[in-house]
Each structure stands twice: as structure tokens, then as C-alpha cells.
Write a protein that binds this ligand. Structure first.
Ligand SMILES: [Zn+2]
Length: 306
């Protein structure tokens, strides 16, 4: 369906009336936002997530059922910074009749945002210290819609902020143990720049910050050169990106006489399965930090209590 008719279809539907004591119907575009929102809002909100595990937000286009879900929400949370590349017009239309909040844009001051080739890098969740900044943004939007819940929301927000701070500290201590010569993180698409900046890792990726164009042979060759020259021990596949890209990299490394292992699968743009330990924001980052630290020769710090 062309984008113009998506936006038109949204306009045809009237917003649903909300009753003050019913849970606020919140729709989050991606799981990393939905998980934080559910914890911040507690019983005062009911959160659903548009894009499930394994869905690539750069490529996501809404089906009619997705448009109905968006339309039925009292409040919509999205990342922004071009994360939801195909949803811009739809979100703008929906914003005429309900709050539509760009949480990454609200959380990250402009001077701390990363760009690549003049485009904003939307992968803010990879730096827990920055992602913590989405909590007050989400809390403020909920408290405005449900002032009767403001005290509970503030308490929940303080709790999740403390948990993310502990996650950040654990990640920092763990990743610091990776030997200096092995601190290069190679992935299929460029989702880890915030992660690399936060924890002092050099980041190399075959595709850019979006997955909308195919990996080019020249890009695969360039990264293969980096892997061989830096003797990178392991490269990583991503849950939302076709593994063919990394398989092509392994062949290119081999053709240059190098060897490299696959260090495991990382969650870049979606969380793990809902019923798995990786199906939360904290679980997702814990999985990534554990996988990267171990594969690059570091040692994990003890997991913080509580
Ligand atoms: Zn991405």
C-alpha cells in the first residue's frame, strides 16, 4: 500500500473515548520501549508493542491490523531519530488526535546524538546510560494523561532507573576486561555505535545504520580487511538481520587467509522471545554484553543482586 493511503486510512477512523479509571491504552513501536513503558506505568497502563521479536524496524511497514492497533491507542510511544523509517506520516497523522511521543529524541540531548552519513543514529538503547533517559520522558507522558497515577508512576520510574544504572555498571566492568587488542566489535549492520562509545569498543559494521539497502561487496571486503588486520577473534550475527551478510564476511576473511569465528547472535533492533530471559530490555542488554565479553576474551562481572 502506498504511504499516502496509509495516512488517509488512519484519518478515516475516529479516536476511541477513554474513561479515566481504565488503564491507559499505550502502544509502543518496539519492545525496548514497550518493556520500559509497562514497568513505568504499572497497573495504570496497558502496553502493547507493534513490532515483535525479530522484526526489523527500519523495514517495518504497517499492515491494516497494525493501523487499527495504532488507532486504538490513547498514547503512542516511538523511538524517533528515523528508527521507524516507514511510519513517519502515519505517526504525524495520529499525533493530531492523541499524544505521540518520540522517546529517544526526548531522552538524548542533541550534543550526545550520533550520526552516520548525515543521518541520525536511532540505536540509543544500546547505551543504557542514555536509554535511562527515556524513563522520565515516558513517566511524564503517562502522568499527564493519568494524573491520578502520578505518585505510582514516579515510584516505578525511580525503580527502573536504578535497575538500568546497575545494568550499565555491570556492563562497564565486564567489557573493561576485554584485552586491548581485541576490542573491535564487528556486526552486520551499524547498530552498536552508542554501545561502542559507552564502553570503549571500536565498532565495524558491513551495512549502515539502516538495513534498507543490501550489503555491498565493497563493504564486506573493507570489513574483512579490518578483521584480518586487527586479528579480530569473533564477529556477530544479529536477530533482525539476515545471517547471509556475516556468512559472506567469513568467506571474505578466509579468502584473505584469515580466520574468524561467529561469536554468537546479538539483539540489535528487537528483544528476544517474550517468554525467554532475553525478552526484556535488561535481559537483551545482558545477553549482548555476556556474548560480546565472552567471545572477545573478557570475563563477566557478577550479576548485580535485585
Ligand atoms: Zn538498526
Amino acid at each position: 500500500m502506498p504511504r499516502i493511503s496509509l495516512a488517509a486510512a488512519v484519518l478515516l477512523l475516529a479516536p476511541l473515548p477513554a474513561h479515566a479509571q481504565d488503564p491507559l491504552q499505550v502502544l509502543a513501536t518496539v519492545g525496548m520501549i514497550g518493556d520500559i513503558a509497562a514497568q513505568v506505568g504499572g497497573d495504570c497502563v496497558q502496553v502493547s508493542t507493534l513490532m515483535g521479536p525479530g522484526t526489523d524496524p527500519h523495514l517495518f511497514t504497517p499492515a491494516p491490523s497494525d493501523l487499527r492497533a495504532l488507532q486504538g491507542a490513547d498514547l503512542i510511544l516511538y523511538g524517533g531519530l528515523h528508527l521507524e523509517g516507514q511510519l513517519g506520516e502515519v505517526l504525524a497523522k495520529l499525533g493530531q488526535s492523541r499524544p505521540v511521543v518520540a522517546v529517544s529524541e526526548g531522552a538524548v540531548p542533541e550534543d550526545q546524538r550520533l550520526t552516520a552519513k548525515d543521518l541520525p543514529d536511532p540505536h540509543v538503547w544500546m547505551d543504557p546510560g542514555l536509554w535511562k533517559g527515556t524513563v522520565p520522558v515516558i513517566a511524564a507522558s503517562f502522568a499527564e494523561a493519568r494524573p491520578d497515577c502520578a505518585a505510582q508512576i514516579a515510584q516505578n520510574a525511580a525503580s527502573i532507573e536504578a535497575q538500568i544504572a546497575a545494568l550499565d555498571q555491570w556492563a562497564r566492568i565486564s567489557l573493561e576486561t576485554i584485552p586491548e587488542a581485541q576490542r573491535t566489535l564487528v556486526t552486520a549492520h551499524d547498530a552498536f555505535a552508542y554501545f561502542g562509545r559507552a564502553y570503549g569498543l571500536h565498532v565495524a559494521a558491513i551495512q549502515g545504520i539502516s538495513t534498507t539497502s543490501e550489503a555491498a561487496i565493497a563493504d564486506i571486503d573493507a570489513v574483512a580487511g579490518t578483521v584480518v588486520a586487527a586479528k579480530v577473534p569473533a564477529v556477530f550475527v544479529e536477530s533482525t538481520v539476515n545471517p547471509r551478510t556475516i556468512q559472506a564476511l567469513l568467506q571474505a576473511v578466509s579468502a584473505r587467509g584469515g580466520t574468524v569465528q561467529i561469536g554468537g547472535q546479538l539483539y540489535s533492533d528487537s528483544m528476544g522471545a517474550a517468554d525467554s530471559p532475553d525478552g526484556t530490555y535488561i535481559g537483551m542488554i545482558r545477553h549482548n554484553v555476556s556474548t560480546i565479553t565472552t567471545a572477545l576474551g573478557g570475563t563477566l562481572a557478577p550479576w548485580p543482586e535485585g
